[in-house]
Design a protein around this ligand. Structure first.
Ligand SMILES: Nc1ncnc2c1ncn2[C@@H]1O[C@H](COP(=O)(O)OP(=O)(O)OP(=O)(O)O)[C@@H](O)[C@H]1O
Ligand SMILES: [Mg+2]
Length: 322
């Protein structure tokens, strides 16, 4: 097992008001070293819950990992002690970026203090070394160096600057994996593009892997190598990025691709959504969970759940493929 991250058959349940929500149901995937993976799917499919399982940040006591294993660099993340995990993995080798950085940063502590405290928790470095490193990394992420940023408080930065600062803070501990959950969704389109370009540049420069979580297939195209399509807590298709775009197999994947806004001179703006909604995680339909919305459903689809095919290159969970 020489992959960077290996997720094996993870199941996560929420217990709320005597109901069981099967938020993630048997998800397995790997992130090979220096490769990036996207988890893509509509709202409520289980993308964030999958990421929170890796980060060991699932809300307690409602959520628990019912089964499965998560290995990072051959270390069993779910079995190791929490103090060890917090010091050496979360925020150190595994960096995180969220849609709302303000939920992570403390509004009443200066950025300089937040950076130095974060780094000192994980690494043995003097304050002066940390500040030198911060200035170098600020340059890398196109933030003004020196006191311009360091002396400020989070609310004094713009949305784009804050997201750059989050990237800089993540890079301070030299992670090998960054988990980015909708990192650009809250930004306007031009800034979104700049942040994505930055992530692409950093990826090759720093030997980074990403786990990118998004509902927007259009942005994964130039950032990741492998795409996992999630629906109702399961992976319904995964494969290399080009294969997913050029030869999508699952009707859900094709629906997602059709929903991507395409504007060209020949064709006018075309948006075709997928009719219906993702089912609630406490009330999945029988058989294939996508069948009530599927334009290609057959008799068997409502009766038996298809398995993910065992193809090692490009796998799909759909009766159309036997
Ligand atoms: N705090 C919670 N309490 C109860 N159930 C939850 C909670 N958080 C998530 N769930 C359940 O887990 C399912 C998956 O949620 P998750 O946040 O992973 O979706 P997502 O794919 O990240 O969606 P989005 O694109 O909206 O962020 C939800 O549909 C819900 O049933
Ligand atoms: Mg989410």
């Amino acid at each position: 097992m020489n992959d960077l991250l290996n997720i094996e058959d993870i199941q996560v349940q929420f217990h709320v008001w005597n109901r069981i929500y099967q938020a993630v149901d048997g998800v397995s995937f790997t992130i090979p070293r220096r490769k990036s993976v996207a988890l893509v799917g509509e709202s409520g499919c289980g993308k964030t819950v999958t990421a929170l399982s890796i980060m060991r940040l699932l809300p307690r006591p409602q959520a628990h990992i019912k089964q499965g294993k998560i290995y990072f660099d051959n270390q069993d993340l779910l079995k190791m002690s929490l103090p060890r995990y917090q010091k050496y993995y979360r925020g150190r080798l595994i960096g995180m970026m969220f849609q709302d950085p303000h939920s992570v940063l403390n509004p009443v502590i200066s950025i300089q203090t937040q950076i130095t405290e974060h780094v000192k928790y994980h690494l043995k470095m003097k304050t002066s070394e940390i500040l030198d490193k911060a200035n170098n990394i600020f340059q890398l992420v196109n933030l003004p160096a020196g006191e311009d940023i360091l002396k400020k408080y989070p609310h004094q930065l713009s949305g784009g600057q804050i997201q750059r600062l989050m990237i800089a803070m993540t890079l301070m501990t030299d992670p090998s994996l960054i988990i980015a959950d909708e990192p650009t969704t809250a930004l306007d389109v031009t800034i979104q593009r700049q942040i994505l370009d930055l992530l692409v540049a950093l990826k090759s420069e720093r030997d980074l892997s990403y786990l990118l979580i998004t509902h927007n297939l259009a942005i994964v195209h130039y950032l990741v190598d492998i795409v996992c399509i999630m629906y109702a807590g399961q992976i319904v298709e995964w494969g290399p990025c080009e294969a997913i775009f050029q030869e999508p197999l699952h009707p859900y994947t094709r629906g997602l691709l059709d929903s991507v806004l395409t504007i060209s001179k020949e064709t006018k703006t075309k948006i075709r959504g997928i009719p219906g909604m993702v089912p609630e995680a406490c009330d999945f339909p029988s058989g294939c969970r996508f069948h009530p919305r599927c334009p290609e459903k057959m008799n068997i689809c409502s009766k038996e759940m298809p398995m993910l095919s065992e193809n090692k290159e490009h796998a799909v969970r759909c009766w159309l493929y036997g």
